[in-house]
Write a protein of this length. Structure first.
Length: 399
């Protein structure tokens, strides 16, 4: 049985918690003096000590914990997590039945009312990612619930909760069941990805871009030259090649990107010799491309929200307009720019303002073809729209 502690909500924050706001912030509570251990169950009370909601204390970059229930008597135990995980699985029932895609999100944190935890599915294997020491205290309850509800091959975990919000290195990524093949081959819209469940903080593909990759393949890549910047393991390049691109060029600063991208091409029977994989700072490559007069029919740009190299520091919020101006220079007339960001600090309206400013300052015209946010399996709730972080816009360069 977990200890429960009563905390008083500041008057100005009471209504938002009554309305279902899930994030427990440092500033919303009158005093945190009673709480010291992460994982402590906290009852949120108004200034008349009337119960409002129940959650847990767990520090992560977003706040100090998450609301789990609005029922005073509800226990945060195995049965609690069974209900939440079962609801999440039912919501994604169609994904489990789709043989063309065998990798997707099963539980999306606060979108499924369990802030601080995500669960992903990879062809029979489940991957739990813990974002705070607080939610990690419920590991045994979550595992028992998951195992009771699923037929799993194996279960893995990632711990993302050290004091700097970085990946917590360790040798315990594998939890139980059978170990996965290395690599584990999963399908996404009938294309293949090589996945590694125990190789650092990331597995080899970002599942939230599924619909974007499909759109690139099905609608925009045929007979086109494609540049994929900040390419990671080349997922966009794979789908462009599968869609009939004349040639893909993948650019990323990380040394391992070459071997990883080559592997993704090979498992999809794409001739690697006909593609180009470049390990280089993307901004240095832009300078090189402009100098050489290179231009592309499609450019995909999905940078990290923040990055630092020996030469420069990049921040999406400050530098995305400048980045787009570089891309506009090397995109052919009538070409497509796939502009993407997972930065949660601003919404789609601001992102479209970035696009408008970049084209205006470049003295070029454009047309927005279509846009994307998170897919269905990355569920978000209306009470916390901040978690809808993904913004992708397909832009046609008109002049």
């Amino acid at each position: 049985m977990y200890k429960e502690i009563d905390l008083i909500i500041k008057p100005r924050c009471i209504d938002e918690y009554k309305d279902g706001y899930p994030l427990i912030s440092k500033e919303s509570i009158t005093s945190w003096d009673k709480v010291s251990k992460e994982g402590t169950i906290i009852n949120l009370l108004d200034n008349k000590k009337k119960f409002i909601a129940k959650g847990y204390y767990g520090k992560q970059n977003k706040g100090f914990g998450w609301v789990l229930s609005t029922k005073k008597e509800e226990k945060i135990d195995v049965n609690y997590f069974k209900v939440r995980i079962n609801d999440a699985i039912e919501y994604r029932k169609n994904f489990f039945e789709d043989t063309s895609t065998t990798a997707f999100r099963v539980l999306n944190g606060e979108g499924d009312r369990v802030g601080g935890l995500t669960i992903d599915y990879f062809d029979g294997f489940y991957l739990l990612t813990w974002y705070s020491l607080g939610i990690y205290q419920f590991k045994e309850e979550v595992l028992e619930a998951l195992k009771s509800l699923t037929e799993y091959k194996g279960i893995y975990q990632k711990r993302r909760f050290d004091t700097k919000g970085q990946y917590l290195e360790g040798d315990n990524d594998f939890v139980c069941g059978e170990e996965s093949p290395k690599p584990l081959i999963v399908k996404e819209n009938n294309e293949n990805f090589a996945i590694y469940l125990d190789d650092g903080p990331m597995v080899g593909v970002f599942l939230d871009q599924r619909e974007v990759r499909k759109t690139i393949r099905d609608k925009y890549s045929a007979n086109k030259t494609v540049l994929n910047t900040f390419s990671y393991t080349g997922a966009f390049s794979v789908f462009a090649a599968c869609g009939g691109a004349l040639k893909t060029t993948s650019v990323d600063l990380a040394n391992r990107s070459r071997a990883k991208t080559k592997e993704q091409f090979e498992i999809n029977n794409i001739n690697v010799e006909e593609q180009e994989i470049i390990v280089q700072d993307v901004f240095d490559y832009f300078n090189f491309a402009v100098k050489k007069g290179f231009k592309f029919d499609m450019v995909v740009v999905d940078p990290p929200s923040f990055a630092r190299s020996k030469k420069r520091t990049f921040s999406v919020a400050k530098d995305y307009v400048k980045l787009l101006k570089e891309i506009i220079q090397i995109t052919n007339k009538d070409g497509i720019i796939v502009a993407s960001t997972n930065c949660a600090n601003f919404g789609m309206v601001t992102f479209r303002d970035f696009i408008s400013k970049a084209f205006k300052e470049s003295h070029k015209k454009y047309k927005i073809e279509e846009s994307f946010s998170l897919p269905k399996d990355f569920k978000v709730i209306d009470e916390y729209r901040e978690s809808s972080y993904l913004k992708v816009v397909f832009i046609r360069k008109l002049s």
